[in-house]
Structures are given as C-alpha cells and as structure tokens.
Write a protein that binds this ligand. Structure first.
Ligand code: VG1
Ligand code: CO
Length: 563
C-alpha cells in the first residue's frame, strides 16, 4: 500500500471549544474538512508520531464510522504504528480515557458531540486526548488550530481497507513499514476497571435484596447513546439487575431523535417512569457517556453540585479510595460550592477551575486531586482523566449499599450537616452572537466599575451586597498556564453567586448560560433546607435578569432549558 499526499486548503473556524471541535454534520462533510483537522491533530504530535499507538472511538452518532475509516487511512499515511479501535467504532469517552492509560498510548481521538443531538442534520465532533487520557490542554488545542489555518496537504493511504465490525488484529504493509489495527471489545477494559474500583458483589446484593431487605430497584437510561453496551454488561450481566432495569441501551445514530442530555428536561421520560414506578434509584447518561443524572425514589432530583459534595463526604465507602486515599477536591467555577464545605471540614485542598474537564487533568497528574465535578452533570475522579457517567452511578450505588440510606435521606442528612447550596442554570440556546457579545461587554464594564464592589441590590424582599465581581481568570497551579475571560461572576456577602458565560460547545449562534446559587446554612432549619430550588432562587434570578439585561440583548422571554 502506498501513501498519497493530497493538496488541500485551510478552512476557517476549526478552533476546538470547551471540548473538541463541534459543528453540524454538513460542515464536516465539506471536501477535506475532516481530513484537514485529523492531519492537524497528527501534525501537532509530529515528534512522537513515529511508531506510536493511538486509541480511536466514538459515541455511535451519524458519521462516526466514516470518520473512523478516514482516521485509519490518514494515520497509516503518517507513520502511526498502531490503532486500538472500539468494535464498530464505539467507545465511550471515559472508556477512551481508560484505554489510553491502560495501554500507555500516545493519546486518542474521540468522535462525539456529547449531548448534542445526532443525525445528518445535527452535530458531530472530534476531540484529541493526550497520553494522560485527558482532553488536550489549551496549549495543544491552540496549536492544532494554528495548524488548521495554514494546512497545505494531508497524507493518506486511500487503498487501505480495514473494516472495524469484528474484534481482531489486522496488519498492513504501508510502504516498507507495518501498520496494525486492533479492533477491541468496546466495553471489556472499562468493565474490568470498574470491578477494581467498586465492590460489585456488594452492589449486587443491594440490588437483589436479602431475606431481611427488599431489592433496591434501579432504572438506568442510556438515552440511545454509547453507554448502552456498557450498561448492559455492568447492570444486567454483572450486577444481575434484570432487563427491566435498563432502557434505551441500543446506541442509535440519531439517538432516536432525542437530545441525549441527562437532565430533567431531556430525560423527562425517565423521570416520569421512576416517579410512577416502584424504583429506588434512576440514572441517565449522555451520548458519549461522560455525563450523569442521579434521581432517587419518586424521582427525587440530586443536583450535580450536590452529587459531587455527597460523594466527597462519603468517598471512604468506595474501595478504590479506601485503597489509594483521598487527595483534594475540585469543581468548575459555575458549579455550586457545596463541595467546598466538605473540603473545609475534611481538611482537603479545594480547587476552582474554568469550565471544561481539561482543567482538572494537571491537578490529578500531580496527585493533588481525587474527586471533581461540574454543574453540567459531570462527575469523576482520578481513576481516569474524563468525567464518567457510569462510574458516577456506581459510586452512588456503592455509597448507598454501604450506608443503607435512600437517595433522599442521604441528601437531607447532607444538608442538615453542611447547609444547602441552591442552584439553577438558565440556558438561552442559539441566540444571535453579536448582541450576546455586547451583553457580556456591558456587564463586564458594569461589574468592574468603581463602586460596584460593596453596592447592594434589593430583590424579592432580600438585600444582596456585592463582595466580589470579576471576569474569572485561572492560573493552573502546576504549569502556571493562564486561562482568562472564563465567565463573569458576581459574589454576594451571604455566599450567593451569579455567573454569566457563553457556551463553548454549541454549533450555531451563541448560547448564554446564566448560573445562580444561594446558600442556606444548616441552622436555618428543615423548612428552609427543603424549599423548591426555583422558588428559593427567585429573588436572585430576578436580580440577574435586571443586572444583565439579558431579555433585552437576547430577545428571549424565557430560557430554552433550565437545569
Ligand atoms: C458544557 C458544560 C461544561 C462541560 C462541557 C463538555 O460546556 O457547561 O461544564 O465540560 O459542556 O461536556 P459549555 O462551554 O457549552 O458551557 V460534554 O459531556 O459536552 O463533553
Ligand atoms: Co458528554
């Protein structure tokens, strides 16, 4: 087989966002668009490419198989020695991270647009992960982007035919070197690792019940995303939960037309099933399997920020942490600060990083971070370098198996001890980009003007006094790299916070995210701790709309999604 060098021209806008390059499928279908980006990823790794191994897999959405084929041919053309590819091109994002680390590969290419809808009219995405298993840091993605702006040609082996439907090793002769593709079982490595981290027999006996205890009934929803095969293997085969305890476990190219995003809006049918059925626990995962939503009996909702805090407080119940110990905790800036209180109590280091999982990696690699999360339904630990949906569900079940408590009682107990951080996020999707940029500029000016600090606002019978306000900037404590302009935040004296930022994962227009958080201390009493979140946050949200003039700038009366 021969390598062919193909001339090409750069495309504008191949700049990876919060998590890889995400665009409409039609954009990726343009001539050489996908080839350019893949070649640029490889060029960014030029020094290490010779003889290296890469992992390749995606969430099963439309175009994954075609792009896997392109990656195989372009890698073959660029001196990569070996590819590890999930069967049928399927690998969850956490599984890619796990496999990169286990087999010590140079990195991996993940084909996903995560929770964005799939299908020919929807989204596709390409992300590069480094040898630590985590999403490439800003320096690397900026380098890749730079290369896309000047690319002149790519190298490909057009005649190489390599199906990925069957597990096994295929060897090719490219020029005078050997090129190997190993198609691997998509779930085995990941499942083996989960069995090391958790006590499967203990979770199994929770689910099965005993003479003295009723079975603990779960309903796990893969939302027709990539976790289907993982969920079947783990919950049905290993934990013997029964076929009736899993739903939507066949990965579909268009996720059945649904939005594979685990939250109360897009996973409403799971919520209803749990509410109307006899279930103790429900969980859902996004398209690529890194997000999770946890609910209890009667669909009692656990906010992701609380989920992180509860797990932090109960980490000792999980065998992995009992074994390796617990280092620090971290959350992304907009995530509610519930976990900060746990860190303080346990005497652990606490980090606040910009939105996006790539900012947790260095802290984990340096041995300073064990558990972290984001308000966007992301939870994970240093077992890999991505957030991990199935892991989060297993972590919760481990905690519950050990404590014997229900989901709701676990939360009530947590709030009684630490107080409660009420949290809500309003998303205004696909707005016109320019007015949104104006809005951000105007707000930044307002909150950084002299006199804003210390000023007070009344809303809904409450007074909020500004104690801090800025455009969040982060210096990585390990490599001292700086990420500036990460979101506008206003902090109030009573611990309440407002954050406004623009999404970095959308594929059209601008998506505005407004985050609100209010703290109710434990002493406030049972009633104050059990309020409806929307009600509790009303004064703050009203204040936010007034302060940002969001409705004026976006022309939107109400958000597209509330989480
Ligand atoms: C969103 C979330 C962020 C998350 C990112 C990737 O980013 O807010 O917390 O890390 O998606 O998640 P943004 O820039 O749109 O707010 V995933 O499951 O899409 O990889
Ligand atoms: Co995802």
């Amino acid at each position: 087989l021969n390598v062919v060098t193909v001339n090409t021209n750069p495309y504008e806008g191949q700049k990876p966002g919060t998590s890889g390059l995400r665009k409409k499928v039609k954009v990726f279908l343009q001539k050489n668009y996908t080839e350019n980006f893949i070649q640029s990823i490889l060029d960014a790794n030029k020094e290490s490419l010779e003889g290296c191994t890469l992992v390749v897999g995606g969430d099963g959405r439309y175009l994954v198989k075609e792009v896997v084929d392109k990656i195989i041919k372009i890698c073959a053309g660029n001196g990569v020695a070996k590819l590890l590819i999930g069967q049928n091109g399927l690998l969850s994002t956490p599984a890619v991270s796990c496999i990169i680390r286990k087999y010590k590969t140079l990195g991996g290419i993940v084909l996903t647009a995560s929770h964005n809808p799939g299908g020919i009219d929807n989204d596709f995405g390409i992300k590069f992960n480094c040898s630590n298993g985590g999403p490439a840091p800003d320096a690397t993605t900026n380098h890749i982007y730079q290369l896309t702006t000047s690319i002149q040609h790519y190298k490909i082996v057009p005649d190489l035919v390599c199906p990925v439907d069957n597990i096994g090793v295929q060897t090719f002769k490219v020029g005078d070197r050997e090129f190997v593709v190993e198609v691997i079982d998509s779930v085995s490595d990941y499942v083996d690792y989960m069995k090391e981290i958790f006590d499967f027999p203990k979770i199994r006996s929770l689910l099965q019940g005993s003479e003295t205890r009723k079975p603990f009934k779960v309903l796990i929803d893969s939302m027709s995303g990539v976790t289907g095969p993982y969920v079947r293997r783990i919950f049905v085969s290993e934990l013997c939960a029964g076929e009736g305890s899993v739903r939507r476990v066949v990965p579909l190219q268009d996720f059945g037309g649904a939005h594979p995003d685990p939250n109360l809006t897009y996973a409403a049918d799971l919520v209803n099933e749990v509410k109307n059925g006899d279930y103790d626990f429900g969980a859902a995962f996004d398209g690529d399997g890194d997000r999770n939503m946890i609910i209890g009996r009667d669909a009692f909702f656990v906010t992701p920020s609380d989920s992180l805090a509860v797990l932090a407080a109960q980490l000792h119940r999980i065998p992995y942490f009992a074994r390796v110990g617990v280092r620090g905790f971290a959350r992304s800036m907009p995530t509610a600060a519930a976990v900060d209180r746990v860190a303080r109590k346990l005497g652990k280091e606490m980090f606040e990083v910009p939105t996006g999982w790539k900012y947790f990696g260095n802290l984990m690699d340096a041995g300073r971070l064990s558990l972290c999360g984001e308000e966007s339904f992301g939870t994970g630990s240093d077992h890999i370098r991505e957030k991990d949906g199935v892991w989060a569900a297993l972590a919760w079940l481990s905690v519950l198996a050990d404590s014997g408590a229900s989901v709701e009682d676990t939360l009530l107990g947590h709030w009684r001890e630490y107080g409660r951080n009420y949290f809500a996020r309003y998303d205004y999707e696909e707005c016109a980009a320019e007015p949104c940029a104006d809005m951000m500029r105007a707000l930044e000016e307002k909150i950084t003007a002299p006199g804003f600090l210390g000023s007070s606002f009344s809303s809904g019978g409450r007074t909020f006094v500004v104690s801090a306000a800025d455009n969040f900037s982060y210096m990585d404590p390990i490599d001292r790299s700086v990420a500036a302009g990460q979101g506008l935040r206003v902090v109030f004296a009573d611990g309440a916070r407002l954050v406004l930022r623009l999404s970095g994962t959308g594929s059209a227009g601008a998506t505005v995210r407004l985050y609100a958080e209010a703290y109710e201390p434990a002493e406030a009493g049972a009633e104050a701790l059990r309020r409806d979140a929307r009600q509790a946050l009303r004064p703050l949200l009203d204040l936010a709309l007034d302060l940002t003039q969001l409705q004026k700038y976006t022309g939107r009366e109400r958000p597209t999604v509330i989480t």
